[in-house]
Design a protein around this ligand. Structure first.
Ligand code: ADP
Ligand code: MG
Length: 268
């Protein structure tokens, strides 16, 4: 479904220039769940932003459903984006709107369907995430896990072929993480949705993934099914699996400041 060949990306100029992705290549198989894992600052979100066309690589190709998106202008990219659903880390629901209106938003924007049909479709999506009956609630009345599920209902409202998940379990309790994991698996297995998950939650990635790609400083250091990752002898992979502070991956800070975080959020 998605094939990435040798993409590289640097930010900044001169001495401040940092290479965030270094010849990254990967295939994301149709109908499967592929997770990208790695420590903070390893380049996971940067990969995701390239896949959704928010960033253009300095070099390399990104083929989605047969088309190279690196050559596309905004208008062409918007057409491709209709195949996507994106579950943002923040959820990004509108607090002033009901659950029903939030989930209906993409249907109102991108289709000409009558309101009565849209209502039925919204109910179906809410049923899929196990929250039928919540139509008239406002986001403030829902728990973190429920908000994520509503955001997921919205992400799949246009029946996308591909769903991108950015840190879907961030900030959730273990039970809610389990619920989201199961939903991701169901969408993949029952609906054939191609899923790309960016996460630093290794246990979750182990449960849901058909394939795991592990990033370290913008390079792939391990790739395979959960069993293969678990059996890896690479010291960097072992450190990540064991969560140990000492090892080849330094105990480090994010290089970001808040200005950059804000800039990032507006890119979605
Ligand atoms: P992760 O999601 O794995 O935590 P990111 O992909 O967000 O990592 O970031 C990897 C590195 O790229 C970080 O050092 C970050 O500061 C840098 N980076 C990402 N986007 C930009 C940008 N737009 N401008 C400058 N640096 C960036
Ligand atoms: Mg990130």
């Amino acid at each position: 479904m998605i094939s990435v060949t040798n993409i590289s990306k640097s930010f900044g100029e001169g001495a401040k220039r940092i290479q965030v992705l270094d010849n990254f290549s990967a295939d994301f198989e149709r109908g499967k769940i592929t997770s990208i894992i790695g420590g903070s600052g390893s380049g996971k979100s940067t990969v995701l932003r390239h896949l959704i066309g928010a960033y253009k690589p300095d070099s390399g190709k990104i083929i989605i459903d047969g088309e190279d998106i690196t050559k596309m202008n905004n208008e062409q990219m918007n057409e491709v984006r209709k195949k996507f659903g994106i579950l943002f880390q923040s959820g990004a629901l509108f607090n002033s709107m009901t659950v029903e209106d939030n989930v209906a938003l993409p249907l109102r924007e991108h289709t000409e369907l009558p309101m009565s049909t849209i209502k039925i479709m919204v109910t179906m999506k809410l049923e899929m995430v196990g929250l039928r009956g919540c139509e008239h609630l406002k986001p403030a009345q829902l728990s973190g896990g429920m908000l994520k599920r509503i955001a997921l209902a919205r992400a799949i409202s246009l029946d996308p072929k591909i769903v991108f998940y950015d840190e879907p379990s961030a900030g959730l309790d273990p039970i809610s993480i389990g619920v989201i994991d199961k939903l991701m698996i169901d969408l993949s297995r029952k609906m054939g949705i191609t899923s790309i998950v960016v996460t630093h939650e290794l246990p979750s990635a182990m449960r849901i993934s058909d394939k795991i790609i592990m990033l370290f400083k913008g390079k792939i250091i391990a790739e395979g099914n959960p069993e293969e990752i678990r059996n890896s002898q690479d010291s960097r992979v072992l450190q990540f699996i064991n969560g140990s502070p000492d090892g080849p991956i330094p105990f480090s800070k994010s290089q970001k400041d808040y200005g950059e975080e804000l800039k990032e959020m507006s890119l979605y």
